[in-house]
Design a protein around this ligand. Structure first.
Ligand SMILES: NC(=O)c1ccc[n+]([C@@H]2O[C@H](COP(=O)([O-])OP(=O)(O)OC[C@H]3O[C@@H](n4cnc5c(N)ncnc54)[C@H](O)[C@@H]3O)[C@@H](O)[C@H]2O)c1
Length: 251
């Protein structure tokens, strides 16, 4: 049994990819997981699978970029389980946006990226954190990317949005800390999942050659870190950005 057993933990974007991997890991630890996902079919599918495996899971259709949707989601979790212990603010537009140079990215693409990744992370925390502050406990994990540190080309809007999430995490840690609520950011490197299937082979090779650990990464490589940050074992850690990329960047 880990210290996440019995905890109520919300994971945004949990229908597929890394969010699903976090949900699977936390449910297997005995946490009560909330899958806050905009893709209804994916959300329901993952929730049913978790229940089949004996986990406690609740799907709530949620658009993180909507103030109303995020507020309703938090209220529904409270109605069901009475409190919230953890949040993984994972949902976002990822590498599937495709590569484009800084002058090719359209204003609409830029705005959409900021809308979902930055505003969405803020709105999710804004809906959930006050309930943690009231109980003087809780842990939030935001998700950025190691590309903020090595400056991946042709992803300027994505990289900028993830840099904002890191700054957001530090500033939020100062606001939440006095109420014993922690917030940390995990910055994964390139991992193998459906969303990254279209990453060009040259970029994949470059990652591999420049990592201290010269192998490809998988969702299983970071679920333990997210679980640890949510747990009481990380009780004195807040405001940190922790890179999990096989040692591509050190900071
Ligand atoms: N896969 C990687 O290699 C990698 C590396 C670094 C960082 N990340 C980050 O990890 C997170 C998850 O990435 P992934 O690879 O699993 O991506 P993914 O595209 O497979 O999954 C993202 C999930 O978020 C959901 N989502 C999108 N917009 C949403 C919204 N407005 N409201 C609620 N849910 C929404 C999608 O429906 C999807 O289920 C992202 O923040 C991504 O930037 C991924």
């Amino acid at each position: 049994m880990t210290s996440n057993h019995g905890k109520v933990i919300i994971i945004t974007g949990a229908g597929r990819g890394l969010g699903r991997a976090y949900a699977e890991r936390l449910a297997s630890e005995g946490a009560r997981v909330v899958l806050a996902e905009v893709d209804t079919a994916a959300g329901i599918n993952t929730t049913e699978e978790l229940r089949r495996r004996g986990g406690e899971a609740l799907f709530i259709e949620t658009d993180i970029a909507s103030e109303e949707s995020t507020s309703v989601m938090a209220v529904r979790v409270l109605e069901r389980w009475g409190h919230i212990d953890g949040l993984v603010a994972n949902a976002g537009l990822a590498n599937s946006v495709g590569g484009a140079s800084y002058h090719e990215i359209t204003v609409d693409q830029w705005d959409r990226m900021m809308h979902v990744n930055v505003r969405g992370t803020w709105l999710t925390c804004r809906a959930v954190a006050p309930h943690m502050q009231k109980r003087k406990q809780g842990s939030i994990v935001t998700i950025s990317s190691d590309t903020t540190m090595w400056g991946s080309a042709k992803l300027l809007h994505y990289v900028t949005s993830k840099g904002a999430i890191e700054a957001f995490t530090r500033a939020m840690a100062r606001e939440l800390g006095p109420d014993s609520v922690r917030i940390n950011c995990v910055a994964p490197g390139l991992l193998n999942n459906d969303a990254t299937a279209g990453v060009p082979q040259a970029k994949r090779e470059w990652n591999l050659q420049n990592r201290a650990i010269r192998r490809e990464g998988a969702p299983e490589d970071i679920v333990g870190l997210v679980s640890f940050l949510l747990s009481d074992d990380a009780s004195f850690i807040t405001g940190q950005v922790i890179v999990a990329d096989g040692g591509l960047v050190f900071h």
